[in-house]
Design a protein. Structure first.
Length: 293
């Protein structure tokens, strides 16, 4: 599209100059997540936190802080029932997530609109983006790399959570259905398996809780430019500033999809005198071909 090429050529070479001058609504400007993704997230983070806060007092039931907590809920037996009920909800959330991902992918493949770059699947580009981002943060590069809809850090978050949830479900099932596992596994392995699951369940929960609190929440909500909260998980929208900074390739797609965004960007560049002088193309020919498609 000629209009897109003109807009890209007009953008200043300094991406920081661009995203620091755009207007951004803290609630979000541009569509990012479907309602299904938001429901998945809501179910996952609420059940995870409640599972952690009911599971720890069960495992450490003799600790001075665990006994009053269990008594507050009606006793440790009641806490166990609540914990197991929440576990069922979390498993449902995981199955719902997998089902919608598969269905959405099949629809896009049928319509020939599937793009690997817009998925959470890791690619070689993520390795290059990580390297270039480290160079940027160490002062050896002036701009961050042009990353896609999901950057390398988000993919790490996603697959770490997927692994953790899988461990929790697998180990939790060994508590609920020990006879089943004993019938499946060889006798020489069954007892060791149960012991390994008994140890991994609370420790994985504690590890996940620490990762969520000190890594995920900081990167998503507490980091400069995001504080005090990023609303994307509720509204499904991302701020224009954030998208240009960390998901520039997705912003180019938004320019293709939304005429209003093209008009906004053109007016911004001209009104604030940010139009670049004629120079080399800002994006590669390969990227322009993707946009034309």
């Amino acid at each position: 599209m000629k209009e897109i090429e003109e807009l890209v050529a007009m953008m200043p070479d300094d991406r920081v100059l661009l995203y620091k001058n755009v207007d951004s609504n803290p609630i979000g400007d541009l569509h990012r997540y479907s309602v299904h993704i938001r429901i998945h997230h809501l179910l996952t983070f609420t059940t995870f936190l409640l599972l952690a806060f009911t599971g720890m007092p069960i495992h450490y039931n003799t600790a001075f802080w665990a006994e009053p907590f269990n008594m507050l809920l009606g006793g440790i037996e009641v806490t166990r029932v609540i914990h197991r009920t929440l576990a069922v909800v979390m498993v449902f959330s995981m199955l719902y997530h997998i089902l919608t991902l598969v269905a959405d992918t099949l629809v896009k493949l049928q319509q020939k609109t599937f793009e690997l770059g817009r998925t959470i699947i890791p690619t070689l580009k993520d390795i290059r983006d990580f390297k270039e981002d480290m160079l940027y943060f160490s002062g050896k590069r002036t701009m961050r790399p042009e990353m896609d809809k999901f950057m390398y850090k988000q993919k790490i978050h996603y697959f770490a959570a997927a692994f953790g949830n899988s461990v929790m479900v697998l180990s939790g099932s060994s508590f609920l259905f020990p006879e089943m596992w004993a019938s499946i596994l060889p006798a020489s392995v069954a007892s060791h398996w149960q012991e390994m699951m008994r140890l991994s369940h609370p420790h994985e929960a504690l590890l996940a809780l620490l990762v969520i609190a000190f890594w995920h929440w900081y990167n998503v909500h507490l980091a400069p430019g995001r504080f005090p909260m990023q609303w994307t998980f509720l509204t499904g929208k991302i701020t224009r500033e954030h998208q240009i900074e960390e998901h520039f390739l997705e912003y180019l797609r938004c320019l293709v999809e939304y005429p209003a965004e093209r008009r906004y960007l053109r007016n911004l560049l001209t009104s604030k005198k940010l139009v670049a002088q004629p120079a080399a193309p800002k994006v590669s020919e390969e990227q322009l071909e993707e946009l034309r498609a």
